[in-house]
Write a protein that binds this ligand. Sequence first.
Ligand SMILES: C[S@@+](CC[C@H](N)C(=O)[O-])C[C@H]1O[C@@H](n2cnc3c(N)ncnc32)[C@H](O)[C@@H]1O
Length: 183
Amino acid sequence: MMTFIIEHLEKKVYPWCVIEYKHISSIVGKKNLWITNNSDTKLKKCARLFRKSVKTMKLEKTCVLDPDADKELKPNDAKKFQYFVFGGILGDYPPRKRTKKELKIKSERRNLGKQQMATDNAVYVAKEILNGRKLSKLQFQDGVEIKTGKKESVQLPYKYVLVKGKPLICKELINRLKKQKGF
Ligand SMILES: C[S@@+](CC[C@H](N)C(=O)[O-])C[C@H]1O[C@@H](n2cnc3c(N)ncnc32)[C@H](O)[C@@H]1O
């Protein structure tokens, strides 16, 4: 069985984190999702929660998903690893290599291409690959523009996987961006 782990690395559980983690839960299923380094019970409905960091858990057969890793994730890695660890990090542009710096655990690392995606997109892509689809068979788009008013819009400068021809971004996040005109 595969377990997806989000190591929460932001100072707080911001509203966008709740939206994104709920989306991830809908992608992999609550029983397959752990959120570590977190003590906020708001997330109880979407994952198994751990106050402690994955860095102290000493799990075996672990793979960290890191855009800066040398090797790409392959379908065969599903046999090799049991835990797939992602950074609960808001994308930053240009990328600051936070996954490399802040998610240091004794484990192998894999990339999903070198361009950063939002965590929910990274989880979706990893799941597809681990279910047998090659990265080269998936389609992507660079950046998404969300209209927040008649003339205003927010640019999200990340890579988005296309699902049925559309970038994977959850409705709740779009609605929040529209209301707040940003994060
Ligand atoms: C928004 S990204 C954070 C990227 C951050 N700016 C950095 O440079 O490390 C959030 C998480 O999604 C995963 N991720 C995003 N893009 C990825 C990629 N191309 N390859 C592997 N993992 C990726 C990583 O686990 C990362 O910690």
